[in-house]
Structures are given as C-alpha cells and as structure tokens.
Design a protein. Structure first.
Ligand SMILES: Cc1ncc(C[n+]2csc(CCOP(=O)(O)OP(=O)(O)O)c2C)c(N)n1
Lengths: 345, 342
C-alpha cells in the first residue's frame, strides 16, 4: 500500500463517518431508488439465467437467488466498495449487490472469455475482486474460513475493512463454521456472518437438520447476534449498518440471521418440488412477502417514488439485462490455450 | 454417454434385464438391506429426495427414515458416525453426494476408518461403505467434477471399487456391503442413466477381480470407471482399422487383480492405462508400474498413461472438454504405439 492511499484513507474515514442507515430521514430519494434498482437487477438477472438454462443455452446448473434480494442488497448497502464479501453456490445476488456488471456476469455463466473469471468459474464460482467479492463457493460453508481470514488480514494490514460472510442455514451443519467463529470472537475480527435462512437445505426443511436455536450457536461463543426480516431491505440495511459499525470500531464479529425464501427450486432443474414444500407456501411468499413489492409499496406510500418511476426503473433494468445477455451470448469462448493458464500464479 | 455393447456377457444368465446404473445401485442396496438389518444408509437428501441423482429413490418407502437417514450437511460428522456405528455392529452405507467432498471426510476415512482394525490388533473392525462420485464434463466446475479416487487408494486399510457398468455396480456394491473393511465405491456421475444387462437377485463380484471387457491381441487398454467406455469406443475404431485392442477393467483399485493386468500385457505387449484422475500421481501410475514390473520382458513399447490434465476442472465447456481423455486421443496413441501410419 502506498503512503498516499493510506493517508487519503484516514482522511476519508473521518469525512465519511457512519453511512446513514437506509431508513433514516436524511437518506435521499436517489439512494432509495438505487437500492430498489439493485433488487430489480437481481430479480431480472435470475429470470434470464433461468431462461438461458431452460433453453439449453447455459451449461451446467445454477441456483437462483430470486426472493432473497433484500438480504444481499440490504447487507451490501451498509458496506463500502473496499469491504469484502464471500458468497455461496446461490451467489448471483451477492455479486450484483456488491457492484458487479450484468454483462460480465452473463458472460461468465455462459463460459465465455469475457466473463468475470474468463469462463473458468461459472455460476458457482463467480468472483469480482475489484468490488470486494472474494467469490461464490460450491462447497457449503466453504467460505467461512476465507471470510474470517480476510477479516484477520484487514486487522493485520491495519485497515478498517469489514467482511460479510454469506451462507445458507445449511452451512450451520459444517464444523468449520464453529472453528472460525471461535477464532473470530477470540481475536475480535471484523466479520459479519450472514445466515440466509430460506428454510430449506436443498430438499430438506432446516428444522429436520438443525438442533436447538440457531442464534444460540454464535451466542455460545459470545458473538453479538441480530435477527431480521430478510424480505425487508431497509431493516436488513439498518441492522447491518450497526453490525458494520461495531466491526469497524474493533468490537468484533457478529452473526445476522435473516429470514427469507427462494422462489425457484434449489437449482434450476428442481422443478417438481411438492414433495418437500407446498405450492401454497411458495404462493404465500411470492404474494405477501415479496421484497421488491414491499419496498416499492413503501416508497410510494412515502411519496419517494411513483409507480411510474418504479416502472421506469424496471424497464431500464430489463433493457440493461437484455443487452447483457446478448453480450454474453455473442462473446467468444476462451482460447484452448487458456486451459493450462492460471494453474499456478 | 451410452455404453457400447459388451463382448463379454455377464456370467449369470437367469432373469437378466436391462436397467440403468442408478437402478442397479438401488437394487443392490435394497437387496442387502432386506438380507441384513444391520445395513442402513445415511447422507444428505437420501430419503424422500433419493439423492440429487435420484439413485436412492424409493428406498425410504420400503425401509423407512431410520434406515434411510437424512443428515444435516455435515460430511465429517456423518462419516464419523458411520465409523462408530460400523465398529459396534452396524453396516452403514454413507452417501457422499460428490467425490469432491472426500476432502471433508478424509480424517474420518484415513485416520479413523482405515486404521482401526490394524491399530486394535485385529480386535475392532469397520465394515462400512462410502459411495461417492467422480467425473468431469458435466459443466459442474472445479469443486463438483474431480476424480479423487487415487487419494483413498493410497491409504492401506481402505478398499476402493470403481464400477463401470450397471452389472458391476450391483455386484461390487453387494460385495462391499458384505466386506468387513471400509470400502469406498466411486461411481461416474455421468453413467447413472447408462443401461446394461443385470441379473435379478444375487450377484456378488469379489473385490479384486478384474474384468476383460473386450478381448484383443495387439494392445491392452487398462481402463477404469468412466474411461472404460472411452477405451471400448477406441477399440471399436481401431478394429475398423485392423488393430485389435483388449480392454481390461480392474474394477477395484484395492485390492488389485495384478495377475489379469499382467497376463493381458504379456499377451499384447503394449499397454495404455487410462483413468480420469489427474495424470500425475494418480492410480494410473500404480497400474502402469504393476504392468511394467510384471510384464517387462514381454513389452514392445513403454507403458503409457492417459489421465485428466493436471489442471482444476474449468467451467467453460470448450475448456472442460480438453481436460478429459477422449476415444480419439486414445486411438491416436494406440496407433502410434503399434507403429501404424497415422
Ligand atoms: C460441503 C457440501 N455438502 C453438500 C453440498 C451439496 N449442496 C449444495 S447446496 C446444498 C444445500 C445448501 O443449503 P443452504 O446452505 O441452506 O443454502 P441454500 O441452497 O438454501 O441457499 C447442498 C447440500 C455442497 N455443495 N457442499
């Protein structure tokens, strides 16, 4: 790190202070609309990803984030660009929320050289280090160590960066999580464990796999905990802002439990779902708990945006996404020589 | 991927049907669970979901959730449970969804299951089976595509079977369940829907018995798992070009039927070992060494290996397809070794 950037960092730290929580009156309409747009971008991205898969244009398989948008967007709203996140197999939402471009993401999902990982990672390994996304991960719980290590690194490098570690409630089954939470609390590391409880570990309800109470687990280490309605983007952003502030001040890790729901199957091919969750349940979440609809209604009630303005945002996003898909489809595949490139640094 | 017709028919003739690899595994488990109440299955989404590959569909209906037991996503934990259950009178079959997750269970397999019998001076035993997968070209990227069977093959105390056909899948599974040692069975996830002849009822293929999948005289292909079909395809192409290739499938890495491999090498004088693990430090090196050692004075060419490229499996299809040996590569290599004009 150069002296100049270190100096400017301290200056900007003073200037910036705490980022206003999304629900504070001081937050202007532009920021609200940006938050809304981010959620719509995720939703529309996933619609296209699903279509690309179903029309056999996209290789492999992918896990949709639709329904859970408020968690990624709310958490990332409280983060700076130089803060880190680690993500999961259901990672498109995290990637977008942290600032990624849709065109480079589609290119990656389609295995093209222009993609974020030059086509080598695909949906389950998408990473965007320029925006602090250390990567999706196809090993459940696999990023808990990475996130905690990044937090240790922030401490050792003397920055005030914070790390958000996203994982599904299924990852609560992995021993690694408990090993690293212990160290995070011992060493007061700036990491926020964000548990996205969408009720199902693949095809099994989490109550069949999770003994006791989720939050008692981090509490056993003395880790600060919070719980939030993961369909309410403002609530997520507000509580995360507090957790981020604690972490920046050196007060250590925290654990955020967000209650949410995935609209699609576990992965794109999981179409026949009645045996593990009912159509009524799906319909209920879609009609009553949709994070975009809820936020849109709130914005209109407060006269922050009109229905027309929200419609315009959606239209713009659809246009952006269509162009991004076309970019991905038209982009060339990597050269064959790439196959042996990047095995070693 | 379809399985080319076998030239060597299954030995049992009665009640032979054509079923898929997945059905063959399912049938073996069901038969063993009926036969022996100590046999039970545990793993993620094994019950109602029948695994993501649907290999275990229906078993929970017959045997109930006690014996087809869904676990949390806790691979190290349930592998450890299996070791303990096996030491105390049960015969667990662990379902490890992807072979890539072997990394998560290695301590339980390597330091616990594999060594318990030996360390206890023969007093304790660990009769467990761990089923898992190998194989790329499913566009599943680097953490869901590996072929890590060499890792477990390296550990004394573990047995390792690699069924390549529905017939072998059934017979090896039944043998593994009855074995008093920890046995790792690695299945090619692309082969689950492949069909082949499988007899109804009792077939038990002893571990350590290779199978000559095609007879030939000019060159031997020692092929494992997913590469058996590649070797058979290459052999067919070569036959049309006047070269006769023999395809030998060891079927288990541990124990290894060295006699059959060496015998074939002596007969043809040329050997290619083909396996989907990374070429370096893989099982192919061991198989090649066995042949070089046992048939040295009969060989007309150095023993060759064909394995997956030594790179993590890339996502992009155009790159991924380069990493796994193909019939075309094997055909070209065989022609070169036989001195045929290309
Ligand atoms: C260690 C490991 N075990 C199993 C799997 C297979 N798998 C992929 S996603 C998944 C369920 C994850 O559930 P959860 O963590 O709640 O995340 P969600 O899919 O609900 O977002 C499983 C079992 C895996 N990828 N990694």
């Amino acid at each position: 790190m150069t002296g100049r950037s270190a100096a400017s960092k301290t200056a900007s730290k003073k200037r910036r202070g705490r980022r206003a929580a999304l629900e504070e009156p001081s937050v202007d309409a532009a920021r609200h609309l940006e938050t809304y747009r981010q959620m719509v971008r995720i939703r529309v991205f996933e619609e296209h990803a699903n279509d690309l898969y179903l029309t056999a244009k996209m290789p492999g398989l992918t896990h949709m984030y639709a329904g859970e948008e408020a968690v990624a967007v709310g958490v990332c709203d409280a983060l700076r660009r130089d803060d880190y996140i680690t993500s999961t197999h259901r990672g498109h939402g995290h990637c977008i929320a942290k600032g990624a471009r849709l065109d480079l993401m589609f290119a990656e999902l389609l295995g093209k050289a222009a993609g974020y990982n030059r086509g080598k990672g695909g949906s389950m390994h998408i990473a965007d280090q320029e925006n602090g996304n250390l990567g999706a991960n196809a090993i459940v719980g696999g990023s808990a160590g990475i996130a905690t290590g990044a937090a240790l690194s922030a401490r050792l490098r003397g920055t005030d960066q914070v790390v958000a570690c996203f994982f599904g409630e299924g990852a609560l089954g992995q021993g690694l999580l408990y090993e690293v939470m212990n160290m995070a609390q011992l060493w007061k590391l700036p990491v926020i464990y964000v548990c996205e409880n969408n009720l199902y570990n693949e095809y099994t309800h989490f109550e069949e796999t999770t003994a006791g109470t989720i939050l008692d687990r981090p509490r056993a280490f003395g880790i600060h905990t919070a719980e939030v309605d993961g369909q309410d983007v403002m609530a997520v952003a507000t509580v995360t802002a507090e957790l981020v502030e604690r972490a920046r001040q050196g007060e250590g890790p925290s654990f955020l439990l967000a209650h949410t729901y995935r609209y699609y199957g576990h992965h794109v091919g999981d179409i026949q779902r009645d045996y593990y969750r009912s159509k009524d349940e799906e319909a209920h979440w879609r009609s009553e708990r949709d994070p975009i609809a809820l936020y849109g209604a709130w914005l209109q009630e407060r006269d922050i945006a009109t229905a027309d303005e929200l419609g315009t945002i959606e239209a713009e996003v659809r246009d952006e996404a269509e162009k991004a898909v076309a970019f991905g489809l038209d982009a060339p595949y990597p050269d064959e020589g790439e196959v042996t490139l990047h095995v070693y640094a | 991927m379809s399985t080319p017709s076998r030239t060597v028919e299954p030995r049992a003739a009665a009640g032979v049907r054509t079923i898929t690899f997945a059905q063959a595994v399912n049938e073996a488990l069901a038969e063993e669970m009926r036969r022996d109440p100590a046999v039970f299955i545990l793993g993620e989404d094994v019950a109602e979901a029948g695994t993501p590959f649907k290999v275990l569909s229906g078993l929970v209906d017959e045997f109930g959730p006690e014996r087809v037991r869904d676990t949390p996503i806790s691979e190290a934990g349930f592998a450890g449970l299996a070791v303990g259950a096996a030491m105390t009178g049960m015969r667990p079959v662990v379902d490890l969804m992807f072979g890539d997750f072997l990394t998560l269970v290695m301590d339980q397999l390597v330091n616990q299951a594999a060594k318990t019998h030996y360390m206890s001076g023969g007093k304790l035993k660990v009769p467990m089976v761990l089923r898992t997968t190998l194989g790329a070209t499913r566009r599943s990227a680097a953490q869901h595509s590996q072929s890590l069977h060499a890792w477990v093959s390296h550990v004394p105390g573990l047995k390792v079977a690699l069924p390549a056909t529905p017939y072998d899948a059934k017979g090896l599974m039944k043998a593994a369940i009855r074995d008093d040692n920890p046995v790792v069975i690695v299945e090619d996830k692309l082969s689950f829907q492949d069909k082949g002849p499988v007899p109804e009822g009792e077939i038990v293929i002893p571990l350590g018995q290779a199978d000559v999948k095609r007879e030939g005289t000019d060159i031997t292909f020692i092929a494992t798992s997913s590469m058996v079909v590649v070797a058979l395809r290459a052999a067919e192409t070569l036959a049309a070009q006047g070269l006769s290739a023999e395809v030998v499938d060891p079927r288990s890495m541990v124990p290894l039927d060295t006699a059959t491999l060496v015998e074939s090498a002596k007969k043809t004088g040329r050997v290619v070992v083909i396996d989907e693990g990374h070429q370096s430090y893989g099982v192919s090196a061991e198989l090649a060494a066995v042949v070089a050692d046992g048939a040295f004075y009969h060989l007309d060419a150095p023993v060759k290996r064909l394995g997956a490229m030594d790179v993590p499996v890339p996502f992009s299809p155009v790159l991924e397809d380069l990493t796994v040996p193909t019939p075309e590569q094997l055909t070209a290599l065989a022609r070169e070794m036989c001195g045929a004009r290309s």
